[in-house]
Design a binder for this molecule. Structure first.
Ligand code: GN1
Ligand code: MG
Length: 390
């Protein structure tokens, strides 16, 4: 109860600092993120109720949140111009962070030395997001959303962006870090995870191929979202058309293959990301195809052949990378990802490894589908209206 009161007092203070009119009437925590802490807050002003999203940013993960908010400001302004140019007037397509009297889109709360970083944005009504779905339409629309997002940012100058988490999807470095921690074994947890360590070690060369393609100049960085889970898309509740892409925290230079691959990892899995029963875990190729149709339908006009060739590799690589990140967190004491029970990160690791193994079985099929979908998209390109303001 006391904790509830403290949270309520903090939320009231956040609303006051962001000059939200009226009184906070109720709030609830939204639990789908693994990093930040998010609340939906209702305020009533002159009889009218308005909802807001209030977030406490995890500053263990985001070391320079002020720069991160500056990135978000630049990106949302760019997207707004693109939407205007394309005649998209739906207010829900605009992610808007509120400003303080001093003009900042963030505040610090608390005592010197243990300050917390908070922000507040509009809450998009009449929209859905999906932690999971077996409906191909959801995957197709998610593909459309992230493909369009990349299209709209294709002329954004990446040099303006602060690198929020350096080497975020540098798989080679992620694996080096993991194996360094395996040597140190700081929590004496490595003996029980030998099988998982071996599985990752075996796949190491395979998983460094994207790095090598980058080194050779076959692939190059674009401005990418870097966290393309289906719960980071808002869909219209009636038509399922995407209305917005959210969680812009990790928008940075990255590979198209990572954005493509991470949705596949998260949403084309027949089970949840942390399913303990591994017999339920597999790659659903129908969902894969649906996502590829949505994503490639928007991006076929500018993706290179080498990028298209890297999509199946992106899905498998990001899945192995995610396994390594969960395992690294497990063996270093669960400091990065929120966990709901002891061993949660290990369960997540095993699930990602099972998915990776299934992807390797279906690798050629994934690659074939990507090229089939791309050929279709290019055939229809002349009739397609590339009308997203680019
Ligand atoms: C984290 O918290 P969320 O769901 O936005 C993580 C992603 C992982 C994901 C795994 C900054 O994202 O990279 O893929 O968990 N975000 C960060 O579910 O590390
Ligand atoms: Mg995120």
């Amino acid at each position: 109860m006391e904790e509830k009161n403290t949270i309520q007092a903090q939320l009231q203070e956040v609303c006051r600092r962001f000059r939200i009119p009226g009184t906070l009437t109720d709030w609830k925590q939204l639990t789908s993120g693994n990093i930040n802490t998010t609340y939906k807050v209702n305020c009533v002003h002159e009889g009218q109720q308005t909802a807001y999203l209030v977030q406490r940013v995890n500053t263990y993960v985001f070391k320079d949140p002020v720069q991160m908010m500056r990135n978000i400001d630049l990106i949302t302004s760019h997207l707004m111009k693109k939407n205007e140019a394309a005649g998209i007037t739906d207010r829900r397509s605009r992610l808007h962070f509120h400003h303080t009297e001093e003009g900042d889109n963030y505040i610090f709360l608390g005592e010197e030395g243990e300050q917390e970083f908070w922000r507040l944005s509009n809450y998009v009504e009449d929209a859905l997001s999906f932690d999971s779905s077996d409906d191909p339409r959801v995957l197709r629309m998610a593909g459309k959303a992230f493909g369009r997002f990349e299209a709209q940012l294709s002329d954004f100058d990446a040099a303006q962006l602060f690198e929020v988490i350096p080497n975020f999807h540098n798989t080679r470095l992620r694996l080096e870090t993991l194996f360094g921690h395996v040597q140190e074994d700081p929590c004496q947890r490595c003996a029980e995870v030998q099988e998982e360590i071996n599985a990752i070690a075996k796949a190491r060369d395979f998983a460094c191929q994207l790095n090598e393609k980058l080194d050779r100049g076959e692939l190059f960085y674009r401005v990418t979202h870097n966290d393309t889970k289906t719960n980071n898309v808002l869909f219209d509740k009636d038509t399922l058309e995407p209305v917005n892409v959210i969680d812009l925290d990790t928008v940075m230079p990255g590979l198209a293959a990572h954005d493509f691959g991470d949705t596949v990892r998260f949403a084309a899995n027949t089970a949840e990301e942390d399913e303990a029963d591994l017999s339920k875990v597999s790659l659903d190729l129908d969902l894969f195809r649906a996502f590829a149709e949505g994503y490639i339908g928007e991006t076929a006009g500018f993706l290179t052949e080498a990028e298209l060739d890297s999509m199946a590799l992106g899905a498998a690589t990001i899945t192995l990378e995610q396994a390594s990140r969960f395992l690294d967190d497990y063996i270093t004491g669960d400091k990065y990802f929120k966990t709901n029970y002891p061993g949660h990160n290990l369960v997540r690791t095993r699930c990602q490894l099972a998915l990776f193994a299934d992807m390797m079985e279906k690798y050629e099929e994934m690659d074939r589908i990507v090229h089939e979908v791309a050929a279709e998209a290019k055939k229809g390109e002349n009739e397609h209206v590339w009308n997203y303001g680019i």
